[in-house]
Structures are given as C-alpha cells and as structure tokens.
Design a protein around this ligand. Structure first.
Ligand SMILES: NC(=O)C1=CN([C@@H]2O[C@H](COP(=O)(O)OP(=O)(O)OC[C@H]3O[C@@H](n4cnc5c(N)ncnc54)[C@H](OP(=O)(O)O)[C@@H]3O)[C@@H](O)[C@H]2O)C=CC1
Ligand SMILES: CC(=O)N[C@@H](CCC(=O)OP(=O)(O)O)C(=O)O
Length: 318
C-alpha cells in the first residue's frame, strides 16, 4: 500500500526539491492542493489530516499553524522549518547524529528536519565531544557560507530577478551572533555554551561549507589532526551519506568548494590544520538543499516508512 504524503508549502524552494526527488515513486501517493487552495486553512487541514506523512516546507509561523490543524493521532510530521528544532516531543531528524537516532526517527510522530548550517557543525563537533576529545565547556566558533537558495524564494528573487539583483559576491550576516540556528547547534553538539556562529551568503545558488576551527593547544590533552580524523572516521564508518575524506591536504582541495556536492545527499568532512601550531580546521561540504533540507527530509521520510533510507537520494563518491 502506498503512503499518503502531503507537502505543505509544495511550491517553495524546499517543497519543490522534495517533489523532484520523489517523482516517479510508486510507493507514494501525493495529496495535493491547487494554486487557489494551497494557502487555504481548511483545505490544508483536510490534507494534513488525510496524510500518513505531512512534510512542512513553510515559514515557522505557518508550520506551527499546520501542526495545530492536525487533530488525529495518525498523521506523522516532518517539519523543515526552524519552529520545532529544540521543542519537546520532537525528534531531531539528523539520522547520523547518534547511533540510536535512526530508531528514534523511525518511530517518531514528529520529526524536525535539521537546519542547513547546523548539520555540518553537529556532524563535526558531536563525535569529538562524545569521545572526550573536546570538553563540553569548549568555546566553539563556526563560519559558514551558503548559496542564496538558502534564503528561499525571496532571496532567490533578490539575486536572480530583482530590478537590481544583488551583486555582492560574499555577504557576511548574523552579525549580532544570534542566528536562529544557534539554539540547535548548542543543543545537539553536546557543548555547554552557544557557539559563535557567523554565516555568509555567496552570489551562487546552491551549496555550502561549514568551517569549524579548533585551537588544540588550548585543550587539556595533546591532540593531533590524526586523532581528530580517526575519531570522526570511526564515528561515520559505514554511513552512506556522511563521510570523512582521507587526510591528504594537497590532493583534495578541489573538493572543498561549496557546490561540490550539489544534487546529492552527501556531507563530506575534511580535516585540515597544522600540528606544529596545534590548530585544526574542520570543514563540512554539502548541498544546503540536499542534506541541508530536502534530501534530509526525504531521508527521514524513508526511515519513517521503514524503507532503505537512500531511496531517491544520490550519493557522491569520496
Ligand atoms: N532553503 C533552504 O536551504 C532551507 C530552508 N529551510 C526551511 O524550510 C522552510 C521552507 O523554506 P523555503 O522552501 O526555502 O522557503 P520558500 O519561501 O522558498 O517557500 C515557502 C513556501 O511556503 C508557502 N507558504 C507561506 N505561508 C504559507 C501558508 N500559510 N500556507 C501554505 N503555504 C504557505 C510560500 O508561499 P508563496 O510561494 O506564496 O510565497 C512558499 O511557497 C523554511 O522554514 C526554511 O527556513 C530549511 C533548511 C534549508
Ligand atoms: C542563506 C540564508 O539566508 N540561509 C538561511 C538558513 C536557511 C535554513 O536553513 O533555514 P532553516 O532555519 O529553516 O533551517 C538563514 O540564514 O536564515
């Protein structure tokens, strides 16, 4: 029997990409609203309650409203917005985060898809904290760059179709250090304090890099880049989508570009730095619309339906 799936916000950036990934799937029956009804509260309520899985690709307020419209015990939700990332009763939809995370997603009624930037940060930091290599009181920082599709339809228009399209090639933002992703970064990395997080948007459509510097000299134990690499490699051994590149600084630099994994659901971690100065730089490369949004939502949906999690999701070679 096919699963009934309703994408609320289907014609937005994330919704469209989910549709694209799921097109041709015979195990899914899409519940859909026409253009005239897609923002109609009653019509949405009907679809939300008829669905086995509702995927919310909406602004936060509309996501909160959508959840409130569900009055049955059977509809399961995947929320792509940031409305429920650290909310009680919601499972964080980052399957690779912990060994038991998939099982939690598989049985969850409410799954919150991770934010695009936090996935790379958590993927790099959480294993180091869990292994005791980085202490939980570490003062972490992260810089990142995203393509402008990260800002949805509005930002895409700013760069592509506005009367005066944005021409700035690199635009740092989040300068009050209170980006909406900070709470989930703090919560799921296993650290006691919020990281300093400074994102930037680049004048290209899609793809991202998270850059996490670590002053190893400031730690109580002497760590090398190899220690970090071994810890991360062991953590993600056997994973399909999250992989750690071999340590080979000179040979793999062409892979550290934000667009390198576009169109895939892969997230690749690179370990760089300088053992002599005791400084490491961890980098995560992925597609903000892939593992950062729509791909992660499809992966979560597959897990919730008891299917192979990689169904419909391209994997990049490493
Ligand atoms: N883009 C990205 O890289 C990522 C986005 N997200 C999150 O996913 C969510 C969707 O983002 P994104 O796809 O980029 O945003 P878009 O702005 O591209 O799409 C949002 C869609 O929701 C529709 N919408 C707004 N209000 C309502 C409503 N009340 N009822 C029904 N539909 C409504 C919009 O309609 P209309 O077309 O009329 O504007 C639009 O089609 C956001 O919460 C975002 O933060 C998460 C991770 C990454
Ligand atoms: C370039 C850009 O503007 N990116 C968005 C993040 C997109 C995203 O991840 O949205 P969620 O918060 O729903 O996860 C931003 O910084 O707000």
């Amino acid at each position: 029997m096919s699963a009934k799936v309703f994408i609320d916000g289907e014609v937005g950036t994330t919704g469209l990409q989910i549709r694209e990934r799921l097109s041709g799937r015979s195990d899914i029956e899409f519940l859909r609203l026409g253009e005239d009804k897609r923002k109609d509260r009653d019509a949405r309520a009907e679809m939300l309650n008829a669905a086995d899985i509702a995927i919310l690709c909406l602004p936060d307020a509309a996501s909160i409203e959508a959840v409130s419209l569900i009055d049955n015990d059977t509809t399961r939700v995947i929320d792509a917005s940031s409305a429920h990332r650290v909310a009680d009763g919601w499972v964080y939809g980052f399957a690779e985060m912990l060994p038991d995370q998939r099982a939690k997603i598989a049985s969850a009624k409410r799954v919150t898809n991770p934010g695009c930037y936090p996935q790379g940060y958590i993927a790099m930091m959480r294993p180091l904290v869990d292994a005791g290599l980085v202490p939980s009181n570490f003062p972490a920082t992260m810089n990142a760059i995203s393509g402008y599709s990260g800002g949805g339809k509005g930002m895409i228009a700013d760069y592509e179709t506005a009367d005066q399209p944005v021409e700035t090639p690199y635009w740092p933002y989040g300068l009050t250090l209170a980006h909406k992703h900070v709470p989930e970064m703090e919560t799921y990395a296993g650290l006691d304090h919020a990281p300093i997080f400074q994102p930037a948007v680049g004048r290209y459509a899609q793809g991202m890099i998270d850059a996490l510097p670590l002053n190893l000299w400031a730690l109580n134990q002497k760590l090398t880049l190899t220690d970090l690499h071994q810890c991360l490699s062991a953590r993600y051994e056997g994973e399909t989508f999250v992989k750690v590149a071999p340590m080979n600084a000179a040979g793999r630099l062409e892979e550290i570009t934000p667009e390198h994994l576009n169109g895939t659901n892969s997230l690749h971690i690179h370990v760089h730095g300088n053992d002599e100065t005791g400084q490491a730089l961890l980098l995560a490369v992925y597609d903000n619309l892939g593992k950062g949004a729509s791909g992660a939502a499809v992966q979560n949906m597959n897990i919730m339906l008891g299917l192979d999690e990689a169904t419909s999701l391209p994997v990049a070679p490493l």
